[in-house]
Design a protein around this ligand. Sequence first.
Ligand code: PLP
Length: 369
Amino acid sequence: MKNRTIELSKPTLVDWAQVAPLFAQVWRSGQLTVGPFTLEFEQAAAQLMQVRNVVAVSSCTSGLLLVVRALNLTGEVVLPSFTWASTGHALIWNGLTPVFADVADGVYTLDPADVARRLTPRTSAIMAANAFGLYPDLDALDDLAKQHGVPLICDSAQAIGATYKDRIGGGLCRAEIFSLSPTKVVTAVEGGLIATDDDELARQVRGMRDYGKTADGADIESIGLSARLSEFHSIIGLTNLRALDELLAARRRLVDRYRANLAGLPGVAFQTIPPGSRSSNSYFLIFLDEQGHDRDAVWRRMAELKTQTKRYFYPPLHRLRSYAALPPPAPPLPVTERASRTALALPLYSHLSLDEVDLVCERLRSVLQ
Ligand SMILES: Cc1ncc(COP(=O)(O)O)c(C=O)c1O
């Protein structure tokens, strides 16, 4: 036990015995994609998220591409740089200019005050993102979006089960897009969910995930993608979604243990969770004080101690090689720069044990001494 390797993330899958007969049913039926299980998955997700429409797609990234395209955005879109590449990629694929705003200190989600500074007559949307399971201040962002007459979209990739002001995520802005990839709280192996109360937007992206077909399939009305979710993926997503409460509770216990174990450790801070917000605990991060600790050295030492940790989000989008042609953010992004230099994600997945958390903390203490 003492010497064991601990990975950053592992998929927590439901019992194969539950899934196998449903796979056999699909196998026999010949309806392999966007069939009854996808529909059931979409309906179950919509009910859970208390939102009118959920459209299942092949990934969160393809869902983002479709939503941005369907909203017919032009010019600039304001987004965080402290996020995963997909948030920005979806804009660039649609010919839009990403305008990076800073995140707010402590919560590390998009800072409404900084967004306000970067809105221009060319801004056509605000694209917020959920950070490690925590929603940004959506009310403040929504006020800004309304004042400016543009939609607010949220890359909610890591957010399934998270709440904002005691409301479950899904219908918290014009559209939210979730990921079902293997590192997520609920996985479908791969996949994504577009959630929206906007019936017309839902109708459009439903067609666009299937090349842009009309509802009767007789014509192609838009430039869509091939981004359907298979029946097999939908079965896995649906069965895992039914276990959401247990998955969230398991992660909550592990994160509470991390916080209790590491509280008061000099130079170690956590993400602040505002009242009314519940994180999905997609990741658990520590933020190291640069005066006392070299994050990269800690990351390397933890690897030597057989503990996989991750510098995350790192590099931030504006420092990715693929974004080098864009002008540097002006004014700069001091909180993003510091967070990406000091954040370290520790191992977390739903079936990690409390003993393993204790072991990670023991190793971390020895490294930080
Ligand atoms: C914020 C964010 N957006 C988008 C994605 C991409 O999700 P997918 O792999 O389903 O396209 C991720 C995946 O980790 C993410 O964290």
